[in-house]
Design a protein around this ligand. Structure first.
Ligand code: MN
Length: 424
């Protein structure tokens, strides 16, 4: 039992009904305000708490994390001690925020220095991301794509049920929520009988994903087992893997996605720890055929997190176009990490690994426009009456996620980004 997860806990910091951030969450991020340097922060309800102030006051001593780590503009230093120290930090913060703990509650000066309304805080990337990997672990998504681009009778490629398929993506273009993206330019071949053309992508898409962030792994050459994997996972963020379908369709043979993916990926700013998500743990789909022994995970490895995607046209209301769930993952995070390292590949503190598009079984639970509009053959209607096959310039795409157990709601907030026209 993780004490910080107890449903009975209450905070002296007010938490609005249906907030994603009750005292049982305690996510981590990097925030700045008044133009000052970004520092590690946490959040309860609509209040952001500056961890550098708490550390300077000595309130975070005893967690095994040096005070200086809380002055860095990313969480990598704070995370250096791994799972046990981050668990100690989250427990310490939980104690400080409890309704009956007077340490911070009754220290007016410290409280006024350390607490800020969330709308005054600019959120940044939570970690300096070393390497980024994208998996392809939702069976429904892989099946849908296989049906569209290959053969409904052989939709899954022969390897899919035997290993978590993935590719190495690009870390430099992962951006925080709120930062707009530009429609990418590129090569595509709209007419298979003619040469390719160059211009703006006309099939810009989102991919609804969840990504995990790692603590330091093992040395090069060593493996992380499924049993050990979660000790190397810090927490999760929502992940929009922007994709240009027309560029992708032309370029991806034989080495996989390249420019169709690496122009931007947007993430939510709050890292929700695996510990905070523990009450939402559920069994994943039955795996048949049984995986090879190195991929067998003894523990339930999926998490019941409801996900949704909305599209808001320029100046218009948002329409929810997708409702999915993180529990639909066929290959779970422990299996992904075990597979990633089974050849001796090392991972580092701050690496990011995304789930792959998370599609559920129903048509409105598909996690991309490619699937929702079935490659443009079934346009979606938005609240303003306009139609979408893919994403238009001026559209803002918003993803949200949360789960509830025992009256406690644990959520991620949102990741949003507006699509701007191509750079001329
Ligand atoms: Mn993806």
């Amino acid at each position: 039992m993780i004490t910080a997860n107890s449903p009975d806990l209450r905070s002296w910091i007010s938490v609005p009904a249906d907030s994603d951030f009750p005292i049982q969450n305690i996510p981590f991020g990097i925030g700045s305000w008044n133009g000052e340097a970004p520092v590690p922060v946490t959040r309860i309800g609509d209040t952001v708490v500056d961890l550098s102030i708490l550390a300077e006051a000595g309130l975070l001593d005893g967690t095994g994390i040096a005070r200086e780590a809380f002055l860095a503009p990313h969480l990598n230093e704070v995370m250096q001690g791994g799972k046990q120290t981050m668990r100690a930090l989250r427990e310490r913060l939980s104690e400080l925020f409890r309704h009956d703990n007077a340490t911070l509650r009754d220290d007016n000066t410290l409280r006024e220095d350390a607490l800020l309304p969330v709308d005054q805080v600019v959120m940044h990337l939570p970690v300096t991301i070393g390497d980024y990997t994208d998996f392809y672990s939702s069976r429904q998504h892989a099946y849908n794509v296989g049906c569209m681009f290959r053969d409904p009778n052989n939709a899954l490629l022969p390897n899919w049920l035997h290993l978590p398929v993935g590719y190495h993506g690009r870390a430099s273009s992962i951006i925080p929520s709120g930062q707009p993206i530009h429609r990418p330019m590129g090569q595509r071949r709209p007419d298979p009988e003619k040469p390719p053309v160059f211009g703006p992508s006309v099939q810009l898409d989102f991919e609804l994903e969840v990504a995990f962030i790692t603590f330091a792994g093992k040395a090069l050459g060593q493996r992380i087992s499924t049993a050990e994997a979660e000790d190397h996972i810090f927490g999760l963020v929502l992940f929009n893997d922007w994709s240009a379908r027309d560029i992708q369709a032309w370029e991806y043979v034989p080495l996989g996605p390249f420019l169709a993916k690496n122009f931007a990926s947007s993430i939510s700013p709050w890292v929700v720890t695996l510990d905070a998500l523990e009450p939402l743990r559920v069994a994943g789909p039955v795996q048949d055929p049984a995986p090879l022994p190195y991929l067998v995970a003894e523990r339930d490895g999926c998490f019941d997190v409801q996900l949704e995607v909305g599209i808001a046209p320029e100046g218009g209301a948002e329409t929810t176009v997708c409702r999915s769930n993180f529990k639909h993952m066929y290959w779970n995070m422990a299996q992904q990490l075990a597979h990633h390292t089974v050849n001796g590949c090392n991972i580092r503190c701050g690496d990011m690994m995304a789930s792959g598009t998370i599609s559920g079984p129903e048509q409105d639970s598909y996690g991309s426009m490619l699937e929702l509009s079935w490659r443009g053959t079934k346009p979606l209607q938005l609240a303003d009456g306009s139609e979408r096959k893919f994403i238009n310039d001026g559209d803002t795409v918003v993803m949200r996620g949360h789960g509830s157990r025992n009256g406690v709601r644990i959520g991620f907030g949102e990741v949003r980004a507006k699509v701007l026209p191509v750079v001329e």
